[in-house]
Design a protein around this ligand. Sequence first.
Ligand SMILES: [Zn+2]
Ligand SMILES: [Zn+2]
Length: 296
Amino acid sequence: MIPYATAAAAESALGRALTWGEAAWFRYTATTPDYCLYFHSLINLLLAYTLAPVPAALLELCLPAKLTSPYKLQPRVRLSPAAFLRCYRDTARVLVLLTVGPLLFLPYPAIKMAGIRMGLPLPSVGEVAAQLVLYLLVEDYLGYWFHRLLHTEWGYNKFHHVHHEYTAPMGFAAAHSHWIELLILGFPTFAGPAMVPCHMTTFWLWFIIRGVVAIDTHNGFNFPFSASRFIPFYGGAEFHDYHHYVGRQSHSNFAPVFTFCDYIYGTQNVRNYYYITTAYYIAYRCYKATLAKDPR
Ligand SMILES: [Zn+2]
Ligand SMILES: [Zn+2]
């Protein structure tokens, strides 16, 4: 809870008037225990995993294949509504019962010890942006090596084969993993804020961004407006889709966010795959068009 009895006391301590955002934060946190503020970050993560995959799922399920296939990374694979529902149900069960549940209790003392602050002033936009970029880089580096560990024979057979059930993933498959894998990969997500503590609002935003990035890399589409076309070194769906396509045998494209680590450690591979699947799709459409004109 915020350590000021009134907004005037907060302004006096800051030596200036509260901004609109700070006044709203003061009102909200004046009666909300710190534990509940921390709890919000996990609710945000669950909401991101539930809502962010919906647009791509609706595109795949509701639009004709001829409209969506040019943007599908694996256009030959069309998942059924039942497959989407089963993936979401299985993922939500693991998230709620086995991962987010324990995470509600265990890391909270660590969050307090790490110095995640909940009071005033709110961080500046520049501070938030710098911290989020750092967290993404830390997540990427640690996530790369954890992912490579999961591709050892032991790691794959014990845990990681669950995540690779979908060789052509959809957004809901971002967190479709063995519960131990989700806990292991939670470590890189908490590592950044533990190294460089932030404000709780940044912590919330970090969990939303992490969820949305994971969903984006699994959505199975490469649109003209996909983030990977505009953000340098951002892997995106095309990069990670290849990793799922190869599956157990994959020796490339391990990094969860950017492509740095795969370039540095010689495990980068994507372009050939994308061109091969696109060429296959174009050839397939030409073949179908030829059949339609001359059924003999
Ligand atoms: Zn993998
Ligand atoms: Zn994946």
